[in-house]
Design a protein around this ligand. Sequence first.
Ligand code: GLV
Length: 381
Amino acid sequence: MAVITNIEDLRILAERRVPRMFYDYADSGSWTESTYRANSSDFEKIKLRQRVAVNMDNRTLASTMVGIPVAMPVALAPTGLTGMQHADGEILAAKAAERFGVPFTLSTMSICSIEDIAANTSKPFWFQVYFMRDRDFMTRLVERARAANCSALVLTLDLQILGQRHKDIRNGLTAPPKLTLKNMLNLATKPTWCLNMLQTKRRSFGNIVGHAKNVSDMSSLSSWTAEQFDPRLSWDDVEWLRRAWGGKLIIKGILDPEDARIAAQSGADAIIVSNHGGRQLDGALSSIAALPAIMDAVGDRMEVHLDSGIRSGQDVLKALALGAKGTYIGRAFLYGLGAMGEAGVTACLNIIRKEMDTTMALCGLTDVKQVDSNILVPGTY
Ligand code: GLV
């Protein structure tokens, strides 16, 4: 592919370059994928107001998320197995984000470890945690995030049990891939991926293997999740983590106004309105459709962020217009990473920046902090 002009170009390239099981892992939603599809189609239904003959000189996308300056209010979301989309994927994505001036969030389920990211970047990054049964491991994870100088902890609440993604079962998802005949035939068509992967030692879950008890490999993500993630998670545990961490806390996976109210009382700095990219509760509302009621419930009390479905700068502006202070991209940057490594993540961020900047101007605004529902056509949201 000669010219990359949008996120879909990166997706097509990633699909060609990344082994099938990892491409599918990133690109799937749970069960019928109805929520996964709604995440995008609900963005499309919202229409922008075109304004003309307004001074559009001197535009800025700079803002803050939980008080931290960002070049644009778009962070890289925590995504599992990122180092399988491309060798050392988390390090490459973190470097691209740092250079661009947006937060990078490392997933607990990453291939590169917290320490790997700290050693390869110079600015603080964010770290995402799941509630595990093994509290000693969790305590150590929080201490490792602190030692790595992470500037925010993102606590995911919507994955104590794993939504089924059919393709992962069919593909026999493991990291690294098991060398079955089917996998070897597929890997033979991805020579660059294989060569890069042979040059790194990071091929398993860097935050976990060697750190959590009795875990030397995670043959299947679903059985590992069932064994390790704590299904009894309650808001008291959230309070325990908030105290143990003591720094900025962002709660991810809120889709209901009632949960948003509880999260606001929990003392968290922000919530992320999210359905986990349509990967968990199939049949749930899209994040963008859930946002207005959550803004009504807690918008005056805490920062509200949004992920799930963002594939363009226009999508980002629509989320901001409905009240989000920040947004996250997951698949969009993974496509860039799978397509072209660090340069692909930078390409993704540049595409979104240009789309945001031009679209904001065409809506008659020059400062992203001025974006509100006035840029939307009434009756379309
Ligand atoms: C993990 O976060 C997943 O969605 O697989």
